[in-house]
Design a binder for this molecule. Structure first.
Ligand code: NI
Ligand code: MN
Length: 228
């Protein structure tokens, strides 16, 4: 499995020629280096409906003629625009030719802003456990710290976990260190930081804190890939 970070909460996960994109936010992200018009994918996974997670989903889905996998409300929203969708909900898993997706809890909100200040229901926000080629990537989505992360650590064999550290809208760095001690993943990638002034964090400092808690952190710059 190859995990490429595309800034904020966006990742491209590849295995045996299949390419799955999570939470595309490339246009409008000054830190992103990939062009949404050129990215090639087999499926798009969305954790929730906020624009900093879905803004390029429609364009990329149309260009690639690929499925958008999301909660029922977000999937229905894209289905109404004529796109291919696959609806799921919290606690459910589904198999695809490239791997397995399980929707996990996230404590956040999820509405879709269809015009400035006007929102439609984006269902419940989630996290994603993506298994491809026997390796599991946990994308926590936007979330507060929650105790069931301990349960996920007991139940699932997580190879790499992407955790938000930006604070303000999600858990902050110290809670993310605690989450890491619960999830028992082999490696942690910090996400959802530095994109905007409000979520400025020092990722190197966070990785040091992880080390003190006997956890391994990997800081990826946008465009960088981790081989798992
Ligand atoms: Ni959000
Ligand atoms: Mn967000």
């Amino acid at each position: 499995m190859q995990i490429t970070y595309h800034g904020h909460s966006c990742f491209l996960v590849e295995n045996e020629g299949y390419r799955v994109l999570l939470d595309p936010f490339l246009s409008g992200n000054a830190l992103a280096v990939a062009d949404p018009g050129e990215i090639q994918v087999d499926a798009i996974l969305l954790t929730h409906g906020h624009s900093d997670h879905i803004v390029d989903a429609e364009e990329i889905a149309r260009k690639n003629d690929c499925v958008i996998i999301a909660n029922y409300e977000i999937a229905s929203y894209y289905a109404s625009k004529g796109l291919k969708t696959f609806a799921m909900n919290i606690g459910g898993s589904a198999k695809f030719e490239w791997g397995t997706v399980k929707y996990t809890l996230a404590f956040h909100s999820s509405s879709i802003e269809v015009e400035p200040g006007k929102f439609v229901d984006g269902g419940q926000p989630g996290g994603i456990l993506l298994t491809m080629g026997g390796k599991t990537f946990y994308h926590a989505g936007d979330t507060a710290l929650f105790g069931d992360m301990k349960l996920y650590g007991e139940m699932y064999n997580i190879d790499v976990a992407a955790l938000p550290i930006g604070d303000v809208f999600t858990m902050g760095p110290d809670e993310a260190v605690l989450a890491a001690t619960w999830l028992r993943a082999k490696k942690y990638i910090p996400t959802h930081y530095n994109t905007f002034d409000a979520i400025k964090q020092d990722a190197s400092e966070w990785i040091q804190k992880l080390k003190q808690a006997y956890q391994e952190g990997v800081r990826l710059a946008p465009g960088e890939t981790l081989d798992v």
